[in-house]
Write a protein that binds this ligand. Structure first.
Ligand SMILES: NC(=O)c1ccc[n+]([C@@H]2O[C@H](COP(=O)([O-])OP(=O)(O)OC[C@H]3O[C@@H](n4cnc5c(N)ncnc54)[C@H](O)[C@@H]3O)[C@@H](O)[C@H]2O)c1
Ligand SMILES: O=C(O)CC[C@@H](O)C(=O)O
Length: 479
């Protein structure tokens, strides 16, 4: 993909690709420990309980050769916990509170090895093409739809996220919204703020005994199911996968079945071609008269002009939206028709809760996400572990130990074509390969091998030979 990954760039580039242990076990600035217990021992060739225990006692922490060479760009106000973890490694961390317009993003991404984003930053193929040094992307959120995952994988760029650290926060927000909508609290509160007393019970309801229809019964949907039943609601759900019901919830066979039965409909599906506008005019038509819609998934899932129409026609009695097809890049930005042509119409509707994509925005969730993704990035940069990666095969080896000073870890990301392993092992063949693991996912394979008795010159030679193979996507050597 990039000249920076070519064989012709030995010196400075090698400093990024070749990493070495600085004996982190003695470094106070290294809070991330790669204890053997966190590794997939079953994957490591020749591991026995005894060797595992020994490794756990004396794990050597790999560390990039010159940590100040590792440049990280964190956008969208990534939590302090994540920033601290990365800064403690000695990486150069640049932190911005907002996302960036594409031209500025392209300018910045050219230089960095790691980028951390949330839901707003679009890492398209166009942007990633410019990311000459990028090895890993951290999505400090659940959704990864904002990243071209295939392009990233095809270019050896790993992507990590935090699959469920904010699920509870979203579920709690939705519970709150169900009550707020049922009691028209948004409107009453606005009226009071405008100085108007309007004490009404007309079309205000208890939620007890009402039916909640959950579309997408994954981490968030199933958590919500439990909370809703605790409030006395009946829960039905629709999912493309056959899933175990929590409590007394019931899976229904079609979306239409759900829409015809539910008093409250809530969406918890990922952004996919199949979920684009999955709530359109036809689906609003199928909803019960006077029912409610909640969307805290992705803005592309609801056809908003159709929602406006359904609301004006009185078909739905209210809605809560947390996500939108186009969202402002930072706090203080306007949300109006320049961004989404229907924004002004949406704002005039009765009983509609509009929130600025805050489903996962709690102290608890953001702090947990910062730690989870921060640690995954460190383990990838320092040790090559892809455990938890969303676009590469998951490969891991137990840590090297302090008794293995002349060892190196070879990471070779390559096209998944026949014959590559033979060639790689010919290159590694003069060395003792202590352990090796390889796995593939679609067109990309990831090989990790720990070899012994190597010095710096040998590592440079190995690096050059691996880079010269036609199957190579990216080579990294850590020691
Ligand atoms: N508002 C926020 O701040 C916020 C926070 C977290 C997550 N999210 C969004 O919520 C989405 C769901 O999160 P999750 O953690 O529950 O995801 P998940 O992957 O655990 O669950 C998603 C579920 O949707 C189902 N699904 C996929 N396509 C479907 C379809 N066409 N019809 C019906 N079901 C379908 C899947 O089978 C799965 O069970 C995320 O993808 C993210 O976009 C938003
Ligand atoms: O914090 C964010 O920007 C995204 C939150 C949410 O949509 C997610 O995908 O986790």
């Amino acid at each position: 993909m990039s000249s920076a990954r070519d064989i012709k760039v030995p010196q400075e580039e090698l400093a990024h690709r070749v990493s070495r242990s600085l004996g982190l076990s003695t470094s106070p600035a290294a809070p991330i420990t790669s204890t053997a217990s966190s590794f997939g021992f079953s994957a490591a060739v020749g591991s026995t309980p005894a060797s595992v225990a020994a490794a756990a006692r004396a794990a050597k922490h790999l560390k990039p050769f010159a940590t100040e060479d590792i440049k990280i760009l964190l956008l969208e106000n990534v939590n302090q916990t994540g920033r601290d973890i990365l800064a403690a490694q000695g990486y150069q961390v640049e932190f911005l509170k907002t996302s960036l317009p594409e031209d500025q993003l392209i300018e910045k991404i050219r230089d960095v090895h790691v980028i951390g984003i949330r839901s707003k930053t679009k890492l398209t193929a166009r942007v990633l093409k410019e990311a000459k040094n990028l090895i890993v992307i951290g999505c400090f959120c659940i959704g990864t739809n904002q990243v071209d995952l295939k392009f990233a994988a095809d270019n050896g760029i790993a992507v990590f996220n935090s699959p469920f650290s904010n699920s509870r926060s979203v579920a709690e927000l939705v519970i709150a919204e169900i009550v707020v909508l049922a009691r028209q609290l948004g409107d009453r509160s606005n009226e009071m703020h405008n100085g108007t007393w309007n004490k009404v019970s007309n079309k205000c309801w208890e939620v007890r005994g009402k039916t909640l229809g959950i579309i997408g019964y994954g981490h968030i949907g199933s958590q919500l199911s439990v909370l809703a039943e605790a409030m006395g609601m009946n829960v039905i759900y629709y999912d493309v996968v056959n899933l175990m019901a929590m409590g007394t919830a019931r899976q229904v066979p079609t979306l239409e079945d759900l829409l015809r039965e539910a008093d409250f409909v809530t969406l918890h599906v990922p952004e996919l071609p199949e979920t684009q506008n999955m709530m359109g005019p036809k689906q609003f038509d199928q909803m019960k008269e006077g029912s409610y819609l909640i969307n805290a998934s992705r803005g592309s899932v609801v056809d908003i002009p159709a929602l406006i129409e359904a609301s004006r026609a009185g078909k739905i009695a209210g809605a809560a939206l947390d996500v939108y097809p186009n969202e402002p890049s930072g706090n203080g930005d306007y949300f109006h028709n320049d961004l989404n042509t229907w924004a002004n119409d949406l704002r005039t509707l009765k009983n509609i809760i509009l929130t600025p994509h805050i489903g996962g925005s709690t102290e608890e969730a953001q702090s947990a996400i910062g730690i989870e993704v921060g640690q995954a990035l460190v383990k990838y940069v320092n040790e090559g572990s892809t455990l938890g990666a969303v676009n590469l095969p998951e490969v891991n080896l137990r840590s090297l130990t302090i008794d293995e000073p002349d060892h190196a870890r070879v990471i070779y990301i390559h096209q998944n074509v026949p014959g590559v392993l033979r060639k790689v092992n010919e290159i590694l063949g003069d060395h003792n390969v202590d352990k090796q693991m390889t796995d593939s996912r679609d067109d990309v394979a990831y090989l990790m091998a720990d070899i012994s008795n190597v010095d710096t010159q040998t590592i440079k030679d190995l690096y050059a030979k691996l880079e010269s193979l036609s199957s190579r996507i990216m080579t990294r050597i850590l020691y």
